[in-house]
Design a protein around this ligand. Structure first.
Ligand SMILES: [Cu+2]
Length: 157
């Protein structure tokens, strides 16, 4: 009963999130690796992020949303070539089977982030939260990377 009241309090915004231990709702069966967000010049209002996600649990989990306290809006997108043109559409939800690994990468699935906190600099971390249909969530840091630096480093020799 007490637990229920805490959850209700969270939903209604009357209790700070820190009142509940994070591991009460942490998605333990989810591992996130290789997370990064592209750093953009200040005039660009939208950027992309990538990570790899593995479901090491025994049940299918459904990703239903992504948020960040440092961005106005975050969406999961999938890029696809349609009639020789690259388009992308939002994925409202994504099922991840037991043992399945999902890879977000340029040209494929990716995060779109709008209104990223302008005080963030390359090397800083963007805090991201994955929300699952079972009420669990996964919080992880994604490094802000200057992709132009990266490509010059890889191709400059
Ligand atoms: Cu997109």
């Amino acid at each position: 009963m007490k637990y229920l009241l805490i959850i209700l309090g969270m939903l209604l915004g009357t209790l700070p999130i820190t009142f509940v231990h994070a591991d009460d709702v942490e998605a333990m069966a989810v591992q996130v690796t290789h997370a990064y967000v592209n750093s953009m010049p200040p005039v660009v209002k939208v950027t992309a992020g990538f990570f790899e996600l593995r479901n090491s649990g025994s049940a299918t989990i459904t990703l239903t949303g992504i948020s960040s306290p440092q961005a106005e809006k975050v969406e999961l997108h999938r890029s696809a070539g349609v009639d020789g043109r690259m388009t992308m559409r939002q994925l409202i939800s994504l099922d991840i089977a037991p043992g399945e690994k999902i890879k977000l990468e340029p040209g494929g699935m990716h995060l779109m982030l709008w209104g990223l906190d302008r005080s963030l600099r390359p090397g800083n971390f963007v805090r991201l939260t994955l929300h699952f249909s079972n009420g669990q969530r996964k919080i992880f840091p994604a490094e802000l990377r200057d992709v132009r630096d990266e490509s010059s480093r890889h191709h400059g020799h």
